[in-house]
Design a binder for this molecule. Structure first.
Ligand code: ZN
Length: 407
């Protein structure tokens, strides 16, 4: 019932919690076979001393009653790690919660909002975040997420306002997050390649990224044989931004020339212009038809965006011809935002065609990135990029623990 293994339960008592309720206290000790082990390497070591005061670990509730394990800890003298607290079979080192409690908490975090978890388990948000960090550390030690990588995507994800970024690496084949680091810099990306090691870096066949120069530089330096591709997602995002610029400029111009009514209409066209055609509602289709009739430039900008998106669905050599055609069309479009975009696209032509040729679908890693962006927006209560990374590892990195007792 207490969900502990290799543990001797000496006594179980109810005790007042000081607020009119009761808590259950189980006095425990490690079984002889697992006693006197270093909490860092699990090696059996000579004892050093034992703690003066017994410690308590929060365990899973029994019904609505809070349960604590209580034991006197001792320290051991490890030849490698020096004098350290001895390991206990029911909890991770340094934790005030049992392993079963922590795994339950981490599992819940993957499936419910942080506020639900905090209320259900009666723990502070801060504790949840610390628990997640410990669970991730333990579980990533047990599995090597960088093994067998072939095709990866490197992305920058902003969190908080004011240019704070995480650099995240996803596996295109599994869609999993495999690595994340603070700041979008060459140094962060080099850290990933250091963790990966030269042998595994050499096994990478494809790397997709956005247009950031530092990513291209570091990939060329550390994985020179991998084909570098430009993510379709980013290319389409650039076109979407250019289209939005055209729409806003048109609305501003209409307002300046005293046509406020028409400006408002243009303002409302935003979603019709940005959505993919199959997702349009019939009202939005009507809006598009009206734009085609009354605002030639805006409609041309829309077609340019759509055409660019379609290139990623084509095959070589058709895609190559389409891309060349697109660039010359955009150049002659007399729309400043798209003339600028044409320059960018020209510069990245090869990387775009690489993405088309190698069918590097980033749909799965994009789902991961979308989830991470969501994570950064929701009030998930993390107090540092580290805890955000831990949360991302847990929910998208395949590190969510199973619920205790349900193997
Ligand atoms: Zn040790």
């Amino acid at each position: 019932m207490l969900g502990v293994e290799h543990t001797v339960i000496e006594s179980v008592d109810l005790e007042s919690d000081g607020r009119g309720g009761e808590v259950l206290i189980a006095r425990v000790r490690p079984k002889a076979g697992v006693a006197s082990r270093c909490s860092r390497c699990q090696r059996r070591c000579p004892g050093y001393d034992s703690g003066a005061k017994p410690r308590r670990w929060r365990s899973l509730d029994l019904g609505s009653t809070q349960v604590f394990l209580q034991a006197t800890t001792c320290r051991v003298n490890c030849p490698e790690h020096g004098v350290v607290v001895a390991a206990v079979p029911w909890a991770r080192p340094g934790s005030r919660f049992t392993t079963a409690f922590e795994d339950t908490c981490a599992w819940l975090v993957c499936h419910a909002t942080l506020s639900v978890v905090a209320i259900l388990l009666r723990v502070a948000w801060r504790s949840v975040s610390d628990i997640v960090t410990r669970v991730i550390a333990a579980r990533s030690e047990a599995s090597d997420r960088l093994a067998g990588l072939r095709r990866i995507g490197i992305d920058e994800i902003s969190y908080r306002k004011g240019q704070r970024y995480l650099l995240v690496v996803t596996d295109h084949d599994t869609g999993r997050l495999v690595w994340a680091g603070k700041d979008r810099t060459g140094a962060t990306l080099r850290q990933f390649f250091d963790d990966l090691g030269p042998e595994r870096a050499a096994a990478l066949t494809h790397v997709s990224a956005d247009g950031a120069e530092f990513i291209h530089t570091v990939v060329a330096e550390r994985a020179p044989r991998a084909v570098l591709c430009l993510d379709a997602f980013h290319v389409v995002a650039w076109a979407t931004k250019a289209l939005d610029e055209v729409r806003r400029a048109l609305a501003a111009q209409l307002r300046r020339t005293g046509r406020a009514g028409q400006a408002t209409t243009i303002k409302k066209t935003r979603w019709a212009l940005l959505k993919n055609p199959p997702e349009l509602t019939s009202d939005q289709r009507t809006t598009l038809a009206a734009i085609a009739k009354d605002n030639g430039a805006l409609y041309r900008a829309y077609l340019l965006k759509e055409q660019l998106r379609m290139i990623f669905q084509a095959e070589l050599p058709e895609a190559k011809a389409l891309l060349a055609g697109w660039i010359s069309w955009a150049r002659r479009s007399r729309i400043p935002a798209f003339i600028r975009l044409a320059k960018t696209i020209t510069r990245f032509q090869t990387l775009i065609l690489n993405a088309v040729e190698h069918h590097l679908s980033n749909a799965r890693s994009e789902a991961t990135n979308t989830h991470l962006r969501l994570l950064t927006r929701r009030a998930y209560g993390y107090h540092s990029p580290e805890s955000l990374i831990a949360m991302a590892d847990l929910t998208r990195g395949g590190l969510c623990p199973p619920l205790p007792g349900r193997s």
